[in-house]
Design a protein around this ligand. Sequence first.
Ligand code: BGP
Length: 471
Amino acid sequence: MSNRFPENFLFGSASAAYQVEGAYQEDGKGLSIWDEWVKLPGKTFQGTNGDVATDHYHRVEEDIALMKEMGLKAYRFSISWTRILPEGRGRIERKGLEFYHKLIDGLLENGIEPVVTIYHWDLPLALQKEYGGWEDRKIVEDFTAFAKILFDEFHKKVKYWIVLNEPNIFTQLGYFMALHPPGIKDMGMYLKTYHHTALVHAYVVKLFKEKGYEGKIGSSIAYTPGYAKTEDEKDVEAQRRYYETVNHYIMDIYFKGKYPSWGYAYFNERGLAPKILPEDEKVLVESAKMTDFIGINYYQSATLAYNGEDGIGVSDFNVSGEKGNFRESGIPGLYRQVYNEKLKYTDWDWAIDPDGLRYALVEISERFGKPILISENGMGAFDEVSEGKVQDGYRIDYIREHIKACYDAIGEGVDLMGYCTWSFTDLLSWLNGYQKRYGFVFVDFEKEDLPRIRKDSFYFYQDVIKTNGEN
Ligand code: BGP
């Protein structure tokens, strides 16, 4: 690599509260839907849970010291709603706010920009039980009140806010694939809850702008660009249908304020489309304009082929990491996701495609004309410690090539604010437990004191940052 990025480019790394903090019942914290879900039989990989995770809650100084040593420019983390509002609304728990002050102050003192995700999937259990959480429009009011507490408390310290992390994934896995709480399989519910996430984003952005807080605000979408498998008209049509019902569907409502017409009509004809109230349209369009940036979590691309009405449906995920089991999956009548011989795959069958990142950045930038922040990108692997070292050259290659793709995208006119890897330390993978590792810092989960070990990729990224990408 021999590139230099803009001087203020945010080379960072990311995490989420439930995946690192642990201390799930400490200092007055209330339970989230994940605290309950992980205790139900068969719901998580070999019963793993985030009760302790990396114990970041108690080791925040140690983790920040590692970030400083690395020279990290930005650290993206999420705030646990039930640390602040144990019941989801009402009584505020000061100790929760103090924890995040400690984290944010520690970052700032060490020259690291905090990038705060307001919601990374750990909904207060009380709200799920009371009215079904995302299933009801009441979520807008409760979420907005929570966000306002955070803005009032932290606005002088935090410049970058991400309202929601991957709303397309938590609604899809929670309501269509039954792999996340509340474990429902109903496409209409998935589309309805997704619509509610878009409203939450819209009202929170509007609040932020109307109250005049300083800083930039957006949301992060999991974006998987799609290629047609062949030039055959049927495969090209499958790709078009994928964009209308997936990529443009999830993105347009956030960043244009409208669903794409073919995609919405397709769901509507089948009685699956969400109800759009006249006031929704107004706030969605207004807030799409006010949204400062688009957060993109990029891991892989998809290759699409024709899928008939009687074709293949969704398949199980490879959660064990047993390589070479690529399973096609699809939506009958729309598209089928197939294996791409030109690409390499991770042990969990995720396609490794750095050029897909460049391609995604260019298409998003052209469609929405907004700055982009890569809020997650990384490679899950089975890392091993040998003589005190973790030689993760595969991860170095992965990250190097994706950074090169960012550089090329900037060259093609993309306004890219930063690049945050997933993740800084190893942490809990929602569906794959502790065995699937993403960090620059290895955490030995077998040992009670959870020791941290710098991987080879730690030194690689340290160098990338030091030279601002010229490495
Ligand atoms: C994203 C989530 C992260 C993280 C990452 C890796 O979807 O925002 O929280 O989990 O994916 O995914 P996985 O752990 O399933 O490999």
